[in-house]
Design a protein around this ligand. Structure first.
Ligand SMILES: Cc1cc2nc3c(=O)[nH]c(=O)nc-3n(C[C@H](O)[C@H](O)[C@H](O)COP(=O)(O)O)c2cc1C
Length: 321
Protein backbone atom coordinates (compact mmCIF):
# COMPACT_ATOMS: atom_id res chain seq x y z
CA UNK A 1 0.00 0.00 0.00
CA UNK A 2 2.79 2.42 0.93
CA UNK A 3 5.94 1.73 -1.04
CA UNK A 4 8.94 3.15 0.91
CA UNK A 5 10.70 3.93 -2.38
CA UNK A 6 7.86 5.81 -4.03
CA UNK A 7 6.11 9.03 -3.03
CA UNK A 8 2.59 8.69 -1.69
CA UNK A 9 -0.28 11.04 -1.03
CA UNK A 10 -2.73 9.74 1.57
CA UNK A 11 -6.27 10.95 2.22
CA UNK A 12 -6.54 11.57 5.98
CA UNK A 13 -9.11 9.87 8.16
CA UNK A 14 -11.66 12.44 9.33
CA UNK A 15 -14.43 11.07 11.50
CA UNK A 16 -17.84 12.26 10.37
CA UNK A 17 -16.34 13.69 7.16
CA UNK A 18 -14.40 11.17 5.05
CA UNK A 19 -17.01 8.41 5.04
CA UNK A 20 -17.49 6.03 2.12
CA UNK A 21 -19.31 8.49 -0.21
CA UNK A 22 -16.68 11.17 0.46
CA UNK A 23 -13.82 8.71 -0.05
CA UNK A 24 -15.36 7.78 -3.41
CA UNK A 25 -15.65 11.44 -4.44
CA UNK A 26 -12.12 12.33 -3.39
CA UNK A 27 -10.75 9.15 -4.95
CA UNK A 28 -11.97 10.12 -8.38
CA UNK A 29 -9.15 12.54 -9.23
CA UNK A 30 -6.52 9.79 -9.01
CA UNK A 31 -4.36 12.09 -6.87
CA UNK A 32 -4.42 9.96 -3.73
CA UNK A 33 -2.46 6.75 -3.27
CA UNK A 34 -4.86 5.45 -0.64
CA UNK A 35 -7.36 6.61 1.98
CA UNK A 36 -7.52 5.80 5.70
CA UNK A 37 -11.00 5.23 7.11
CA UNK A 38 -12.49 7.16 10.01
CA UNK A 39 -11.48 5.44 13.25
CA UNK A 40 -13.44 2.45 14.45
CA UNK A 41 -13.20 2.34 18.22
CA UNK A 42 -12.50 -0.94 19.96
CA UNK A 43 -13.92 -0.58 23.47
CA UNK A 44 -15.14 -3.47 25.63
CA UNK A 45 -15.78 -5.97 22.84
CA UNK A 46 -14.12 -7.18 19.67
CA UNK A 47 -15.72 -5.45 16.67
CA UNK A 48 -17.94 -7.78 14.63
CA UNK A 49 -17.83 -8.14 10.84
CA UNK A 50 -21.02 -6.23 10.20
CA UNK A 51 -19.57 -3.11 11.83
CA UNK A 52 -16.70 -3.17 9.36
CA UNK A 53 -19.03 -3.68 6.43
CA UNK A 54 -21.36 -0.90 7.57
CA UNK A 55 -18.60 1.70 8.01
CA UNK A 56 -16.26 0.46 5.32
CA UNK A 57 -18.45 -0.94 2.51
CA UNK A 58 -15.35 -0.90 0.31
CA UNK A 59 -14.29 -4.11 2.08
CA UNK A 60 -16.88 -5.92 -0.01
CA UNK A 61 -15.29 -4.72 -3.24
CA UNK A 62 -11.59 -5.47 -2.78
CA UNK A 63 -10.99 -2.67 -0.22
CA UNK A 64 -11.29 -0.04 -2.94
CA UNK A 65 -13.76 2.75 -3.48
CA UNK A 66 -15.98 2.55 -6.57
CA UNK A 67 -13.52 5.10 -7.99
CA UNK A 68 -10.59 2.70 -7.45
CA UNK A 69 -8.94 4.26 -4.38
CA UNK A 70 -7.50 1.66 -1.97
CA UNK A 71 -8.83 2.02 1.57
CA UNK A 72 -7.02 1.20 4.82
CA UNK A 73 -9.06 0.45 7.97
CA UNK A 74 -8.19 2.47 11.08
CA UNK A 75 -8.71 1.05 14.57
CA UNK A 76 -8.50 2.90 17.87
CA UNK A 77 -8.19 1.30 21.28
CA UNK A 78 -5.89 0.70 24.21
CA UNK A 79 -6.39 -3.02 24.84
CA UNK A 80 -3.85 -4.91 22.70
CA UNK A 81 -5.79 -8.18 22.71
CA UNK A 82 -9.12 -6.69 21.68
CA UNK A 83 -7.58 -4.39 19.06
CA UNK A 84 -5.65 -7.33 17.59
CA UNK A 85 -8.73 -9.57 17.57
CA UNK A 86 -10.70 -6.78 15.86
CA UNK A 87 -7.94 -6.42 13.27
CA UNK A 88 -8.25 -10.15 12.54
CA UNK A 89 -12.00 -9.71 12.01
CA UNK A 90 -11.36 -6.68 9.79
CA UNK A 91 -9.03 -8.72 7.60
CA UNK A 92 -11.51 -11.60 7.40
CA UNK A 93 -14.11 -8.99 6.39
CA UNK A 94 -11.90 -7.81 3.52
CA UNK A 95 -9.37 -5.33 4.95
CA UNK A 96 -5.99 -5.35 3.23
CA UNK A 97 -4.20 -2.96 5.62
CA UNK A 98 -4.69 -1.72 9.19
CA UNK A 99 -3.82 1.67 10.70
CA UNK A 100 -3.74 2.25 14.46
CA UNK A 101 -4.84 5.60 15.87
CA UNK A 102 -2.67 7.19 18.57
CA UNK A 103 -3.69 10.72 17.81
CA UNK A 104 -7.38 11.28 18.47
CA UNK A 105 -7.71 14.26 20.86
CA UNK A 106 -11.42 13.81 21.71
CA UNK A 107 -11.96 13.87 25.50
CA UNK A 108 -14.50 11.02 25.33
CA UNK A 109 -12.02 8.83 23.45
CA UNK A 110 -9.08 9.79 25.65
CA UNK A 111 -10.99 9.22 28.89
CA UNK A 112 -11.86 5.73 27.63
CA UNK A 113 -8.24 4.85 27.02
CA UNK A 114 -7.68 5.46 23.37
CA UNK A 115 -6.22 7.80 20.78
CA UNK A 116 -3.64 10.34 21.93
CA UNK A 117 -3.91 9.33 25.60
CA UNK A 118 -1.67 6.34 24.86
CA UNK A 119 1.16 8.70 23.91
CA UNK A 120 1.71 9.24 27.66
CA UNK A 121 2.63 5.55 28.00
CA UNK A 122 4.90 4.72 25.05
CA UNK A 123 5.16 1.04 26.06
CA UNK A 124 1.46 0.73 25.39
CA UNK A 125 1.90 2.07 21.86
CA UNK A 126 4.38 -0.72 21.27
CA UNK A 127 2.09 -3.29 22.91
CA UNK A 128 -0.88 -2.42 20.68
CA UNK A 129 1.20 -2.32 17.48
CA UNK A 130 3.01 -5.56 18.36
CA UNK A 131 -0.22 -7.40 19.19
CA UNK A 132 -1.84 -6.40 15.90
CA UNK A 133 1.32 -7.19 13.93
CA UNK A 134 1.58 -10.63 15.53
CA UNK A 135 -2.08 -11.42 14.85
CA UNK A 136 -2.04 -10.68 11.11
CA UNK A 137 -0.30 -12.26 8.12
CA UNK A 138 2.83 -10.32 7.14
CA UNK A 139 1.23 -9.48 3.78
CA UNK A 140 -1.18 -7.18 5.63
CA UNK A 141 0.60 -3.90 6.43
CA UNK A 142 0.11 -2.40 9.89
CA UNK A 143 0.80 1.31 10.39
CA UNK A 144 0.44 3.81 13.23
CA UNK A 145 -0.77 7.41 13.19
CA UNK A 146 0.18 9.70 16.04
CA UNK A 147 0.44 13.27 17.20
CA UNK A 148 3.75 14.58 18.51
CA UNK A 149 2.76 13.90 22.09
CA UNK A 150 0.21 14.76 24.74
CA UNK A 151 1.54 18.17 25.78
CA UNK A 152 5.14 18.07 24.59
CA UNK A 153 6.62 17.51 21.17
CA UNK A 154 9.52 15.54 22.71
CA UNK A 155 7.28 12.53 23.35
CA UNK A 156 7.16 11.72 19.65
CA UNK A 157 10.67 10.28 19.56
CA UNK A 158 10.01 7.55 22.09
CA UNK A 159 6.53 6.85 20.75
CA UNK A 160 7.76 6.63 17.17
CA UNK A 161 10.53 4.26 18.24
CA UNK A 162 7.98 2.13 20.08
CA UNK A 163 5.68 1.95 17.07
CA UNK A 164 8.63 0.92 14.86
CA UNK A 165 9.82 -1.57 17.46
CA UNK A 166 6.31 -3.05 17.63
CA UNK A 167 6.53 -3.78 13.92
CA UNK A 168 4.72 -0.87 12.26
CA UNK A 169 5.35 -0.74 8.52
CA UNK A 170 5.09 3.05 8.46
CA UNK A 171 4.19 5.93 10.71
CA UNK A 172 2.04 8.98 10.05
CA UNK A 173 2.82 11.99 12.22
CA UNK A 174 0.37 14.86 12.68
CA UNK A 175 2.77 17.63 13.62
CA UNK A 176 0.94 18.85 16.74
CA UNK A 177 0.49 17.80 20.35
CA UNK A 178 -2.82 16.63 21.76
CA UNK A 179 -3.22 19.75 23.92
CA UNK A 180 -2.85 21.95 20.83
CA UNK A 181 -6.00 20.49 19.32
CA UNK A 182 -5.95 22.06 15.86
CA UNK A 183 -4.32 25.33 16.93
CA UNK A 184 -1.12 26.58 15.28
CA UNK A 185 1.75 26.08 14.96
CA UNK A 186 2.55 22.81 13.22
CA UNK A 187 6.03 21.47 14.00
CA UNK A 188 7.13 20.07 10.64
CA UNK A 189 10.86 20.09 11.50
CA UNK A 190 10.13 17.70 14.38
CA UNK A 191 8.57 15.31 11.85
CA UNK A 192 11.80 15.56 9.89
CA UNK A 193 13.78 14.54 12.96
CA UNK A 194 11.47 11.57 13.50
CA UNK A 195 12.03 10.55 9.87
CA UNK A 196 15.78 10.62 10.41
CA UNK A 197 15.49 8.61 13.61
CA UNK A 198 13.26 5.69 12.62
CA UNK A 199 13.98 3.16 9.90
CA UNK A 200 10.37 2.96 8.68
CA UNK A 201 8.78 5.47 6.27
CA UNK A 202 7.20 8.55 7.82
CA UNK A 203 4.11 10.24 6.38
CA UNK A 204 4.04 13.98 7.17
CA UNK A 205 0.67 15.42 8.13
CA UNK A 206 -0.82 18.66 9.40
CA UNK A 207 -1.83 21.99 7.88
CA UNK A 208 -0.87 21.38 4.27
CA UNK A 209 -3.43 23.77 2.84
CA UNK A 210 -1.75 25.09 -0.29
CA UNK A 211 1.02 24.15 -2.70
CA UNK A 212 3.28 26.62 -0.88
CA UNK A 213 2.54 24.81 2.41
CA UNK A 214 3.30 21.49 0.74
CA UNK A 215 6.68 22.71 -0.51
CA UNK A 216 7.57 24.12 2.91
CA UNK A 217 6.49 20.87 4.60
CA UNK A 218 8.60 18.90 2.12
CA UNK A 219 11.62 21.13 2.77
CA UNK A 220 11.23 21.00 6.55
CA UNK A 221 10.48 17.28 6.88
CA UNK A 222 12.40 15.78 3.96
CA UNK A 223 9.56 13.23 3.70
CA UNK A 224 8.42 11.46 0.49
CA UNK A 225 4.99 10.65 1.87
CA UNK A 226 2.25 13.12 2.79
CA UNK A 227 -1.26 13.05 4.18
CA UNK A 228 -3.88 15.69 3.38
CA UNK A 229 -7.00 16.21 5.49
CA UNK A 230 -8.89 19.47 5.74
CA UNK A 231 -6.89 21.12 2.96
CA UNK A 232 -8.07 18.48 0.48
CA UNK A 233 -11.67 19.42 1.14
CA UNK A 234 -11.20 23.16 1.48
CA UNK A 235 -9.55 23.26 -1.93
CA UNK A 236 -10.52 20.25 -4.04
CA UNK A 237 -7.73 21.16 -6.52
CA UNK A 238 -4.99 20.86 -3.89
CA UNK A 239 -4.59 17.07 -4.01
CA UNK A 240 -4.08 17.14 -7.79
CA UNK A 241 -1.49 19.91 -7.42
CA UNK A 242 0.43 18.03 -4.72
CA UNK A 243 0.20 14.75 -6.65
CA UNK A 244 1.71 16.49 -9.68
CA UNK A 245 4.57 17.87 -7.59
CA UNK A 246 5.19 14.35 -6.27
CA UNK A 247 5.16 12.92 -9.77
CA UNK A 248 2.07 10.84 -9.04
CA UNK A 249 0.04 12.56 -11.78
CA UNK A 250 1.23 13.97 -15.10
CA UNK A 251 1.11 17.72 -15.70
CA UNK A 252 -2.20 18.96 -17.06
CA UNK A 253 -4.69 21.80 -16.97
CA UNK A 254 -5.81 23.01 -13.56
CA UNK A 255 -8.97 21.31 -12.35
CA UNK A 256 -12.13 23.40 -12.35
CA UNK A 257 -12.30 25.92 -9.51
CA UNK A 258 -16.10 25.70 -9.42
CA UNK A 259 -17.63 24.27 -6.21
CA UNK A 260 -20.75 22.85 -7.84
CA UNK A 261 -18.87 19.97 -9.53
CA UNK A 262 -17.38 18.30 -6.44
CA UNK A 263 -20.51 18.93 -4.37
CA UNK A 264 -22.72 17.43 -7.08
CA UNK A 265 -20.57 14.31 -7.00
CA UNK A 266 -21.16 13.93 -3.27
CA UNK A 267 -24.93 14.28 -3.81
CA UNK A 268 -24.75 11.54 -6.45
CA UNK A 269 -22.71 9.26 -4.17
CA UNK A 270 -25.10 9.69 -1.25
CA UNK A 271 -28.27 9.10 -3.30
CA UNK A 272 -29.79 5.80 -2.20
CA UNK A 273 -27.15 5.35 0.51
CA UNK A 274 -28.92 3.72 3.50
CA UNK A 275 -27.46 6.20 6.02
CA UNK A 276 -28.25 9.31 3.99
CA UNK A 277 -31.59 11.06 4.05
CA UNK A 278 -31.84 14.36 2.14
CA UNK A 279 -31.33 16.40 5.33
CA UNK A 280 -28.07 14.56 6.05
CA UNK A 281 -26.84 15.29 2.53
CA UNK A 282 -27.61 18.99 3.08
CA UNK A 283 -25.66 18.89 6.37
CA UNK A 284 -22.72 17.23 4.68
CA UNK A 285 -22.62 19.81 1.88
CA UNK A 286 -22.66 22.58 4.48
CA UNK A 287 -19.97 20.83 6.52
CA UNK A 288 -17.75 20.66 3.44
CA UNK A 289 -18.24 24.33 2.60
CA UNK A 290 -17.78 25.33 6.26
CA UNK A 291 -14.37 23.63 6.21
CA UNK A 292 -13.56 25.63 3.08
CA UNK A 293 -14.73 28.82 4.79
CA UNK A 294 -12.66 28.09 7.90
CA UNK A 295 -9.56 27.72 5.74
CA UNK A 296 -10.35 30.90 3.77
CA UNK A 297 -11.29 29.12 0.53
CA UNK A 298 -15.00 29.96 0.37
CA UNK A 299 -16.71 33.27 1.10
CA UNK A 300 -20.45 32.64 0.65
CA UNK A 301 -21.09 30.42 3.63
CA UNK A 302 -23.54 32.90 5.19
CA UNK A 303 -25.91 32.25 2.26
CA UNK A 304 -25.28 28.48 2.21
CA UNK A 305 -26.00 28.23 5.93
CA UNK A 306 -29.65 29.24 5.40
CA UNK A 307 -30.26 26.56 2.76
CA UNK A 308 -32.77 23.85 3.72
CA UNK A 309 -32.53 21.66 0.62
CA UNK A 310 -29.83 20.43 -1.74
CA UNK A 311 -31.18 22.73 -4.47
CA UNK A 312 -31.00 25.71 -2.13
CA UNK A 313 -27.35 24.89 -1.34
CA UNK A 314 -26.53 24.93 -5.05
CA UNK A 315 -28.52 28.15 -5.57
CA UNK A 316 -26.55 29.78 -2.72
CA UNK A 317 -23.27 28.93 -4.45
CA UNK A 318 -24.10 31.30 -7.27
CA UNK A 319 -23.23 34.95 -6.68
CA UNK A 320 -26.37 37.05 -6.11
CA UNK A 321 -27.66 39.32 -8.88
C1 LIG B 1 -13.26 16.42 11.68
C2 LIG B 1 -11.99 15.64 11.86
C3 LIG B 1 -12.05 14.30 12.16
C4 LIG B 1 -10.85 13.55 12.31
N1 LIG B 1 -10.95 12.20 12.53
C5 LIG B 1 -9.80 11.46 12.59
C6 LIG B 1 -9.85 10.03 12.70
O1 LIG B 1 -10.92 9.40 12.67
N2 LIG B 1 -8.66 9.36 12.79
C7 LIG B 1 -7.45 10.02 12.77
O2 LIG B 1 -6.39 9.38 12.87
N3 LIG B 1 -7.38 11.35 12.65
C8 LIG B 1 -8.51 12.08 12.54
N4 LIG B 1 -8.43 13.43 12.35
C9 LIG B 1 -7.10 14.06 12.17
C10 LIG B 1 -6.73 14.13 10.68
O3 LIG B 1 -6.58 12.83 10.15
C11 LIG B 1 -5.42 14.90 10.48
O4 LIG B 1 -4.40 14.27 11.21
C12 LIG B 1 -5.55 16.35 10.94
O5 LIG B 1 -6.77 16.94 10.49
C13 LIG B 1 -4.37 17.20 10.45
O6 LIG B 1 -4.28 17.17 9.05
P1 LIG B 1 -4.87 18.37 8.13
O7 LIG B 1 -4.31 19.66 8.68
O8 LIG B 1 -4.39 18.05 6.74
O9 LIG B 1 -6.37 18.35 8.27
C14 LIG B 1 -9.59 14.19 12.20
C15 LIG B 1 -9.55 15.56 11.91
C16 LIG B 1 -10.71 16.29 11.73
C17 LIG B 1 -10.61 17.76 11.40
Amino acid sequence: MLDPDRPALVLAPMEGVTDAPMRAVLGESGAFTFAVTEFLRVAQTVLPRHVFHRHVPELLTGARTPTGLPVQVQLLGGDPGRVAASAVVAVSAGATAIDLNFGCPAPTVNSHDGGASLLRQPCRVRAVVAAVRAALPLAIPVSAKMRLGWDSTDAVFENAAMAADGGADWLTVHARTRTQGYAPPVFWPVVGRVREMVSIPVVANGDIQSLADFRRCRDETGCRHYMLGRGALADPRLAVGVARELGLLPPGPDPDADWAGPLRKLVERTAGHPEYRPDKTVRRLKQWLKMAEDLGRFDRFAAVKKAATVDEVFAALRPAG
